[in-house]
Design a protein around this ligand. Structure first.
Ligand SMILES: Cc1ncc(COP(=O)(O)O)c(C=O)c1O
Length: 194
């Protein structure tokens, strides 16, 4: 059985750090703890209050500018004008699922597939990284007939049932999945293979 990692907790904010915060930050951490689920982590003992992003930069409430070398969500830069414009137009026009006909999803898929290797000739869309990883695991399982997953000790793959079960870095309060063994350089902890 895989053990849960606590590496993400080493520099996370915890209630005992609250007294060291300025009053504005304290208001936000207090509110956060009242309205958000307890498993949410908050980065840094002195949490960062971000208010704006543009390209590779982020700004906090005091106007300080940060070079973002961490955030993996805005992969082509924060608030890219072409993305915000496309999302705005689509939200104004139609926001539904994939079980109706529409040109946009077909045209976009065609353009996307023109950039991928020949073997990747179909597209499937997810809303989050968790869903994408979840689907990838299910596809791999269907293809291989296998069920096990070997992950590194500090891995994080998402919050769905399947991906959280393969994410030791979610911490000790999240149950390890039945087939998921955390491996390291010395090998898989459940089967011992390198
Ligand atoms: C490495 C990694 N995998 C998966 C995810 C899950 O993505 P999402 O939060 O969009 O479900 C994240 C999110 O931070 C991530 O950093």
């Amino acid at each position: 059985m895989a053990t849960r990692s606590t590496i993400m907790d080493t520099n996370s904010f915890r209630a005992e750090h609250a007294d060291a915060l300025d009053s504005e930050t304290r208001k936000l951490t207090d509110k956060r703890s009242k309205v958000l689920g307890e498993s949410y982590r908050l980065f840094y003992r002195k949490p960062v209050h971000l208010v704006r992003g543009e390209g590779q930069y982020l700004w906090d409430a005091a106007g300080d500018k940060y070079l973002d070398v961490y955030n993996n969500v805005a992969s082509i830069g924060h608030c890219h004008p072409a993305v915000t414009e496309a999302v705005t137009q689509q939200m104004k026009m139609l926001n539904t699922h994939t079980r109706y006909l529409h040109e946009n999803i077909l045209d976009y898929s065609e353009a996307l597939l023109a950039t991928t290797p020949e073997a990747i000739d179909r597209a499937m869309y997810m809303c989050t990284g968790s869903e994408a990883n979840d689907l990838a695991i299910r596809v791999a399982r269907a293809f291989s007939g296998g069920s096990g997953i070997i992950v590194s000790k500090e891995a994080y793959h998402g919050t769905s049932e399947l991906t959280s079960g393969a994410s030791p870095a979610l911490g000790q309060w999240t149950a390890a999945g039945a087939h998921h063994a955390a491996g390291d350089a010395t090998g898989c902890v459940s089967c011992g293979r390198a």
